[in-house]
Design a protein around this ligand. Structure first.
Ligand code: SAM
Length: 330
């Protein structure tokens, strides 16, 4: 996906946002408490004088296994990728930058929470360039990672005196897309791999999902990763081992025509309630059920992979190419 660098159309000043979508799944109920398991396995680790029973690379791989029950993961979710409902941050990110991207400082201020005096003074100081850049990012409403549809309340059964009737209520949140293995048409450039497909009609302007992943500074970014997207402030999203549905959005090239272009765009915003910087995905053109959800990875991404990126068709600008928003569709 789009990598960091000068050729980047996802910077704050080129993005728009709307607030018309959110999912309400009670995620805390769905996440398994694995803290005990982790602690037990930590305590069972051999001391440094003892040769580890498991080779190091295997231990590292185990850390990526999702803490979410297998039953709740989206269909076709890859086993080696940890499903995230919220962002994870690389440990090398400085506390001050973390405050900006997580929105903590803003939240404190809004809530009038008393914080350490040096920090209060710091807030009164002129805002740094990086803080001003942050201020320019538009506001939106966060969409957490969406798990497989599950009833959040158990079915209710009611029996009346005269006739017996069963009323079943289940408060399910169906994500309007699914991960599918691409097995046709034969000309599809990622045949045999996966993509994200609409299960409902998606209208232009809809905030569809957030690209959730590990957030990695430039200096730690893996140039070989196929799942990176520039965020802001020299930070990148890398969903190669930690992500959500967003990591399955393919590039439109050789799938849709140049005239059609992508049907979604990445859209940087700050969550209205927390101030957290997030990467949204906005619908540009109406997408029908069964249609693939496709973005543009940008010129830099393909150039870095040896693709010749000359000519008009490689000019970015798709992110502002919204179809008529009054389109009511089917
Ligand atoms: C973010 S992943 C997309 C999801 C991927 N298909 C999967 O199953 O994990 C990006 C990779 O998908 C492939 N890809 C996506 N769109 C493509 C396109 N239009 N043409 C060729 N390869 C594409 C490339 O290998 C790219 O590096």
């Amino acid at each position: 996906m789009e990598s960091s660098g000068s050729d980047n159309s996802n910077k704050a000043d080129s993005c728009k946002s709307d607030n018309n979508a959110s999912f309400d799944t009670n995620l805390e109920d769905l996440i398994l408490d694995t803290s005990k398991i982790i602690l037990e396995s930590e305590s069972q680790r051999p001391s440094s004088s003892v040769k580890p029973a498991v080779p190091e690379p295997l231990i590292e791989a185990q850390e990526h296994i999702s803490t979410i029950s297998q039953d709740l993961l989206p269909v076709n979710w890859p086993k080696h990728v940890k499903y995230l409902v919220d962002y994870e941050y690389h440990p090398s990110i400085s506390p001050s930058l973390l405050d900006l991207v997580q929105g903590r400082r803003r939240k404190w201020k809004e809530l009038g929470v008393s914080i350490k005096s040096e920090e209060v003074e710091e807030e009164d100081e002129p805002r740094s360039e990086i803080e001003l850049e942050y201020d320019d990012i538009p506001i939106g409403n966060a969409i957490p990672g969406i798990l497989r549809s599950v009833p959040s309340i158990p079915p209710i059964t009611s029996t009346t005196g005269i006739a017996s009737s069963t009323v079943t209520t289940s408060n399910t949140q169906e994500p309007p897309f699914e991960i599918r293995l691409i097995d046709s048409p034969p000309s599809h450039p990622v045949l045999g791999s996966y993509g994200l497909f609409a299960t409902q009609t998606l209208r232009p302007g809809r905030h569809l999902l957030d690209y959730i992943s590990l957030i990695v500074p430039d200096e730690h970014a893996d140039p070989q990763s196929d799942h990176t997207l520039y965020l802001c402030n020299d930070l990148n999203l890398d969903a190669s081992l930690h992500g959500n549905h967003g990591r399955f959005v393919n590039d439109f090239r050789n799938i849709r025509s140049q005239e059609q272009g992508p049907n979604v765009a990445w859209d940087l915003y700050r969550d209205a309630s927390t101030g957290q910087v997030r990467m949204g995905c906005k619908v540009l053109k109406r997408i029908r059920p069964g249609e693939e959800i496709l973005c543009t990875y940008g010129k830099a991404y393909w150039k870095s992979r040896g693709v010749k990126t000359e000519g008009e068709e490689w000019e970015d600008g798709w992110d502002t190419d919204y179809e008529d928003q009054s389109d009511t569709g089917e």
